[in-house]
Design a protein around this ligand. Sequence first.
Ligand SMILES: NC(=O)CC[C@H](N)C(=O)O
Length: 364
Amino acid sequence: MERYLILEDGTVFEGTAFGSRKASVGEVVFNTSMTGYQEILSDPSYCGQIVTMTYPLIGNYGINSDDFESIIPAAKGLVVREAADFPSNFRCNSTLDELLETKGIPGIAEIDTRKLTRLIRSKGSIKGVLTAAGEEVDVSEVVRTLQQTVLPTDQVAQVSTTHPYPSPGRGKRVVLIDYGMKHGILRELNKRACDVIVVPHHTSANEIMAWGPDGVMLSNGPGDPKDVPQCVETIKQLLGEVPLFGICLGHQLFARACGAETFKLKFGHRGGNHPVMDLTTGRVEITSQNHGYSVDEEALQGTRLKVTHTALNDGTVEGLKHLDYPAFTVQYHPESSPGPEDSNYLFDRFIELMTANRKEQQYA
Ligand SMILES: NC(=O)CC[C@H](N)C(=O)O
């Protein structure tokens, strides 16, 4: 059945519908990962976005019960060149088409994803509509409405947990602030025996400290860091009280809490092979990334933040540490899911930081 992807600049892509039959609106972005579509679709940071996969064959190993990064995928749509009809993998228990249908996410196939990606790269991330399957539309009317549409700014509230919950361990007590957490972060902490309490994004610093944490983890999440100023305030209050480790949105919120600025990148970094240099060691990590905003390096002057990592593709800030307090953050995804695991060591660094801080407090 036919379906259209219509962009706010008037470009129309005609393709075939799969997944949910309904229409949807979102910011159209592209991801260059060759595999990992299940993790990408279920990464809550894609809330409100229509994701284009640049790799031409998607769905070929199906969907399994192990690789979800959240229970309810929040992406607004999926755009592919070819959607595999007959997946083959020993873990596969449903098709991509079935998943998208049950979760109410529209998909479009047979799209020239190279052309679409080049368009996004030259014009920047752009609003788009996936039309309802089989429905004829008045393109100029759709474009006009789309141009006037303001996309929601409450994505963090949409995907964060509403109640605190434990993920117990016998090791370090970590309060994990859920701005739209990928399960991979929790998995990495639990793998290191952490006693994790996941809390909603609006939890106050007092409530967090009342759990007696050894450290606080600031998760990834969707949207613009400027849209959640109360989360920035909470981080300000936590800074210096407890070791902090932030990932992606957590990194951006931390930077803002320390007086830095963030800005929107033209088309973002989304993929599984982004090279990042660790400026301390000179070592290059191949990283998994998904972000549309970035910390402004120039605005770091006058703050107590030091750049620890930079992106080799465009030189933007990829890691920060605080010069006075035990706190560090990265823009990329050390939990991978999907992608290379080169930066997994950062979770060990967080454990070491918590241990060192505990010792310092004991002998203070
Ligand atoms: N993965 C993330 O946490 C993304 C952070 C933020 N929403 C951005 O797009 O930059």
